[in-house]
Write a protein that binds this ligand. Sequence first.
Ligand code: CA
Ligand code: CA
Ligand code: CA
Length: 189
Amino acid sequence: MAVLHTAGNEVTLEVGVYEELSFPEAQEDTVAQRASKTGGVVSLVNITKEPNKTVVANNSTCFLNWRRLGSSCYFVSSERRNWDRSRQDCQERGADLVIINTREEQDFLHNLTQAAWIGMTDREVEGRWRWVDGTPVTTADGLFWAPGQPDDSSGGEDCGDIRTQDRFVGLNDANCSVYEAWICERTTG
Ligand SMILES: [Ca+2]
Ligand SMILES: [Ca+2]
Ligand SMILES: [Ca+2]
């Protein structure tokens, strides 16, 4: 038997063998009193659990269809949008466009997509790339740009994407209005 309890954001799944208990005060309760004691679940009032085993699903769990690496969860869109609409979608999911912190994370993302928006832009100052949390984009973290990038091609590439297309592999700058897939990242506690 399994019993699901919810309290705030936490969901607790209790798995075990349940059996009838005979404790006097419960027998004196009316159905309504029992319901108030058990949050409305009358059928649980006279049970105990043995052996006890608890599985807790909380914020450290990724949503269905999100991928996990370390303490982060990643969503890869199936649709295509411009950079701003992509970011908006991530924020509506309680996340943001992905911030790539390590070479391991970049390699992980290369395996998820051929081309997708990520959370970096040089809109504020041309050529000064920053992640959406304000930190600078730096190859000192082991990250790498695709060959010849960023090139601000045609004077208008201020949004970042990640590419895995033939030998064009790495970070790239693209025109923010182009429609691409996108990757959201949600860090977990
Ligand atoms: Ca990250
Ligand atoms: Ca640029
Ligand atoms: Ca470019």
